[in-house]
Design a protein around this ligand. Structure first.
Ligand SMILES: NC(=O)c1ccc[n+]([C@@H]2O[C@H](COP(=O)([O-])OP(=O)(O)OC[C@H]3O[C@@H](n4cnc5c(N)ncnc54)[C@H](O)[C@@H]3O)[C@@H](O)[C@H]2O)c1
Length: 315
């Protein structure tokens, strides 16, 4: 049977942002093809209805999969900053060579547009807040790998007429966030420890500030990327435009859970910015706005971790 639905491909579909987007696209009536090598993501994160292919983005085997695809969302990456600092070679293999392979697969298949993940890490060395898209100061291996993706996208745009939208996510949070990393994202790490009745760990003083944006709000922008041509050839900060310190986040989670934690303090992590705060003027100019309050988002993130614990996925 021939389908009239637009086909959307997602790399990294078994991860946090990819699986959330897959669910949203299926609900919106799109046909979804998902690729992941399950290096970090989980098969059970991939929603029913996705045509899933267990493939590595570095492999040329992915080329035929992109036939008939309208838009590619490229999320697959090695993206824990600590892991990337420990292994710059693999970081480059996945985030640079793998990304170029996805761009090449898209070019060969005549994909209409590639939407790909950059990161607020590109602003690591900047102290301009809120940070506009023009402020490029990457420092860590992870950030530098994302910068390389950016330049490859520009070259594909110039020489191969492939169209792109680049998204610089700040701290995306919500259900399915990966809590298994060497250093889990701060919210998941706190929620897990507090639900277990254990002491949470704070790296550094806890005064580091982060701009958090809820994953459903991010998906609202992903849909705009498919539907609105004004996103083509552009780069957008995707954050909330508000930031909170690590201590404030711990306080908010503790209040929701009704606990009074005694955190363990450890040395600051290398390669991490002290402050992130997005200038989201460009994304807002297309009618997008983050709608989820931090409290609502945290309650949903807590519900998800509770469910994971209930089914025994978090020991
Ligand atoms: N989550 C955030 O707050 C955030 C912030 C800035 C940028 N980003 C970027 O957004 C994208 C998605 O992030 P996420 O939080 O969903 O990450 P995630 O780790 O949850 O998902 C990434 C997925 O990519 C897969 N993958 C890794 N290497 C692969 C390979 N070689 N071949 C195929 N699949 C591979 C993993 O198995 C995983 O399922 C990443 O590119 C990340 O760098 C995320």
């Amino acid at each position: 049977m021939i389908s009239n639905k637009k086909k959307i491909a997602i790399t990294g579909v078994a991860g946090f942002i990819g699986s959330n987007l897959a669910s949203r696209l299926l609900a919106e009536g799109y046909e979804v093809l998902g690729i992941d090598n399950l290096a970090y993501g989980l098969r059970e994160n991939v929603p029913d209805g996705v045509r899933f292919d267990l493939k590595d983005i570095r492999n040329k085997e992915i080329y035929p999969l992109f036939q008939g695809v309208d838009t590619v969302f490229h999320f697959a990456a090695k993206n824990c900053i600590a892991d990337c600092q420990a292994d710059p070679v693999e970081t480059a293999e996945i985030n640079v060579s793998g990304t170029v392979n996805v761009f090449e697969a898209s070019r060969r298949a005549g994909v209409r547009k590639v939407v790909y993940a950059e990161s607020s890490a590109l602003y690591e060395g900047s102290s301009v807040y809120p940070t506009p898209e023009s402020e490029l100061k990457p420092e860590s291996f992870y950030a530098v790998s994302k910068l390389a993706s950016m330049y490859f996208a520009k070259a594909y745009e110039t020489f191969c007429k492939l169209k792109f939208t680049a998204l610089r996510y700040f701290c995306v949070y919500g259900p399915v966030q990966d809590y298994r990393r060497t250093i889990p994202p701060v919210m998941s790490a706190f929620i897990i420890k507090l639900l277990k009745g254990e002491r949470p760990t704070i790296y550094g003083t806890g005064e580091k500030k982060r701009d958090f944006v809820y994953v459903d709000d991010v998906n609202d922008f992903h849909l705009i990327c498919i539907r609105d041509d004004r996103t083509t050839g552009k780069t957008f900060n995707i954050g909330s435009g508000i930031n909170y310190s690590v201590l404030e986040i711990l306080d908010k989670i503790s209040r929701i859970l009704g606990v009074n934690p005694d955190p363990i303090h450890k040395d600051d992590l290398p390669g991490e910015a002290q402050v992130t705060l997005a200038d989201i003027t460009q994304a807002k100019s297309l009618g997008w706005e983050p709608k989820t309050t931090l409290e609502t988002g945290l309650e949903r993130a807590i519900d998800y971790i509770r469910q994971e614990m209930a089914v025994g996925r978090i020991p």
